[in-house]
Design a binder for this molecule. Structure first.
Ligand code: MOS
Length: 739
């Protein structure tokens, strides 16, 4: 493959447009707004996992300095949307599915918010909250996933899939069946969730950490019975989220409830411990994979079963087993998936949801199979490469997965990999190499954007999306600048305000294609508007049609006579218009009957294992990705690096632990819950095929966010086996499991 397909993105100079604001503290995150009269709400949380509140003793807290009110189920204003839906009036009406904060006295998980103490300062609210005493009617909680994962009385089936023969792997010449397990993993973005709510009459303004301001606006309108236009949600900056801000959680509703009751702005900020009990997590999972191939390496069958946990009040599921249905060409595949309700808070999507867990199972199983077959794991994947979707037989819009293997393999030094595990040493350390594939859905959802082009030559773009960190503004500025041939410094992208045109919730690696397509539509609209303006206002263009005019480097040029031209800034001035404004929508991807759409990545790992202590030291990670066209090299690389670090956490350090006697998390803080730090992250090389996919969208992009993480954990586990000969199938791979 041409080397140019893999630019060395270290060298890129394309800084983030919001980088300066972020590093200087100028960027305002949701908790930092100070509306006049702001007061502070701090939660009192349940200390039992199941039961009911018998009584709350509030006097001491009420009399504490600065306390304004204590809101709980007996005095909270009614939330219309919490009431059971009126299906007589609307047959399609659905009940609110999440935790109904302050709705009744039931306790459904430990750490559930049961009261909000509001005081004039945050510190006084924290103190008063500590004075609230609660009497409970206790019931025995069931929080133990491991002992209930086959409990037919509890399990809720999420569907079965059968392609040709069920369990055909058993008939193969070479086969294995193994179980793979993952713990609860908590998002833990740097910025903790925070909401400021402010009612003014029937108008509600909310500053909220959110991946989708429009989604929050819609939900709050529904819950509180408001016209959507009367709800304004502002999310200027987000300090990471990874899925925890894809929906709005009890603290958002509590801030709105409190502000309504007190008729003044109320801020609710979660602390780190509350981040574990209120804003979701990657569910615990069990997978069992049976896989078999002929001696030639051709897959005969895959059987993939999975169970993951949910809460008792909400069914959360994710596509864990789906990867086995399409990642490789395999004639016989069957999968099943169940969810297990437990007395803990509801899980949610976390970076690479579904395939993140599923590829851990499948890509480890395939690695195990490669040793049994004595075929190189990369070769085994090439033997079973799927050129078309193995079920639908539809083609992918683009698929450059094959093109990721060779450059990645060279960069990591795959030729040094020992074919017999545990046989290579470097500085007294065992050395191993591993690889795994990551995949995630790609697509394009509908989006709307607005563009304002002015006579000073500047372009302002707006859409009501948010940017949790991937660099959406930077990418949109690049697209706007490229489309209008303007310097990047002349283009600005504004987001995070529901007054802007509707954009999608940021998730599933979909922002660049969706919002980018809307920005392209806006730029096309601006060019069209300029042409019409030239015809109307400028004598030399009078007899031309729009299609007779070209837009070139900011100039409107007659297609037949290049000497007839005008720069758009002069056009705007001469037309007496300081600016031209255009709003455009781009539709969602509508060719699902013709194509399959995915981004792909192949992750390579070199690591050292201490044969005495079992400590693993990562030495090098190479991620090669087919993410379509790379719009902004630096932010794309950063996303890949960030995803790999997330994958390191999943593989080696992160594990949310619970004491099942109380159904309470025991490591809900940064001392005991280990997110990877710089010392855990090795040097990384990020390679992109950079092959545009113009079928999915005119941006050419396919999405990066999820494939950056999906596949990293199995690549690490596969390298641990290669180094030590010890196959660990239970995440995270802590030293005790290696020795
Ligand atoms: Mo991501 S789990 O799509 O926020």
């Amino acid at each position: 493959m041409d080397k140019n397909h893999f630019p060395n993105v270290w060298a890129a100079e394309d800084d983030r447009v919001d980088g300066l604001a972020k590093v200087t503290g100028k960027a305002k995150f949701s908790a930092e707004f100070r509306p006049e009269g702001l007061v502070h709400g701090v939660f009192v949380c349940s200390t039992i996992a199941k039961g009911a509140i018998k009584g709350m003793y509030l006097n001491e807290a009420k009399n504490a300095p600065g306390v304004i009110d204590i809101i709980y189920h007996l005095n909270a204003p009614e939330v219309p949307g919490f009431k059971p839906a009126d299906r007589a009036a609307n047959p399609n009406a659905r009940d609110f599915a999440g935790l109904k904060v302050f709705y009744n006295n039931l306790v459904v998980s430990n750490g559930q918010p049961i009261a909000l103490v509001v005081a004039d300062t945050f510190e006084r609210a924290v103190h008063a909250a500590s004075l609230v005493k609660v009497d409970y009617i206790k019931e025995t909680p069931q929080t133990d996933f491991d002992s209930n994962k086959f409990n037919d009385k509890l399990l809720k089936p999420r569907g079965e899939y059968v392609r040709k023969e069920k369990d055909a792997w058993q008939t193969a010449e070479v086969k294995l069946e193994e179980e793979y397990t993952t713990p609860i993993e908590t998002h833990n973005p740097m910025e903790m969730h925070a909401t400021i709510a402010h009612w003014e009459g029937d108008k509600l303004t909310v500053y909220d950490k959110s991946q989708g301001p429009k989604g929050v606006q819609g939900e709050l309108a529904r819950l509180f019975g408001l016209n959507q236009d009367n709800v304004k949600v502002i999310t200027e900056y987000v300090g990471g989220a990874f899925g925890s801000a894809l929906r709005s959680w009890p603290h958002v509703h509590a801030a709105v409830i409190a502000s309504k009751k007190l008729n003044r702005p109320v801020k609710v900020t979660l602390n780190r411990e509350q981040m574990f009990t209120m804003v979701g997590y990657r569910p615990q999972s069990w997978q069992k994979i049976g896989i078999g191939a002929g001696k030639d390496g051709k897959l005969v069958g895959i059987t993939h079963h999975a169970v993951s946990n949910t809460s008792t009040y909400e069914d959360f599921s994710e596509g864990i087993v789906n990867v086995s249905q399409f990642l490789y060409e395999c004639p016989n595949v069957n999968t099943s998936y169940n969810i297990l309700p437990l007395d803990i808070n509801t899980p949610t999507w976390m970076r690479g949801p579904g395939p993140g867990t599923g590829c851990f199972g499948l890509e480890c199983a395939l690695d195990e199979l490669s040793y049994k077959l004595n075929i190189d794991p990369i070769e085994l994947r090439l033997i079973n490469h799927a050129d078309v979707h193995p079920h639908s037989r539809l083609p992918w819009t683009t698929k450059f997965l094959k093109e990721c293997y060779t450059p990645g393999k060279e960069k990591i030094g795959w030729h040094n990999r020992p074919t017999v595990p545990g046989t290579l040493k470097e500085d007294e350390m065992l050395v191993g190499y591993g690889m795994a594939v990551g995949v995630f859905g790609a697509g394009r959802s509908p989006a709307t954007a607005k563009g304002v082009l002015n006579s000073e030559g500047k372009l302002l773009l707006q859409s009501a999306v948010s940017d949790m960190g991937p660099g959406t503004s930077t990418a949109m500025v690049k697209i706007g600048s490229e489309q209008m041939n303007l310097e990047e410094s002349k283009v600005r992208f504004e987001l995070g305000d529901t007054d802007f045109p509707t954009g999608p919730t940021q998730g599933g690696s979909g922002s660049a294609t969706a919002v980018g397509s809307a920005v392209i539509a806006v730029c096309d609209g601006l060019k069209q508007g300029l042409k019409e303006m030239a015809i109307e206002n400028i004598a030399a263009f009078k007899n031309l049609k729009p299609e007779d005019i070209k837009y070139e480097n900011g100039k409107l040029v007659s297609a037949t006579d290049a000497s007839v031209f005008i720069h758009f800034t002069d056009l705007l001035k001469q037309s007496g218009k300081p600016e031209l404004q255009v709003s455009k929508s781009s539709a969602g991807f509508a060719q699902r009957d013709k194509y399959v759409t995915n981004s792909f990545a192949v992750h390579f790992v070199k690591l050292q294992a201490n044969p005495v202590t079992g400590v693993i030291k990562l030495k090098h990670i190479v991620s090669a990705a087919d993410a379509g066209k790379i719009i902004s090299e630096k932010t794309a690389r950063s996303q890949m690096v960030g995803g790999a670090v997330g994958g390191i956490g999943m593989a080696m350090t992160e594990e949310t632990l619970m004491d099942h006697r109380f159904g309470r998390y025991i490591n809900s803080n940064f001392v005991d819950y280990h997110v990877p730090v710089h010392a855990d992250a090795p040097p990384m090389d990020i390679l992109f095929t950079n092959e545009p996919d113009y079928i999915i969208s005119p941006t050419g992009a396919k999405g990066i966010g999820e494939i950056a993480l999906v596949g990293v954990a199995p690549a690490i586990l596969n390298a641990v086996y290669n180094a030590t000969g010890k196959r660990v199938r239970d995440l995270p791979v802590t030293p005790d499991k290696v020795i």
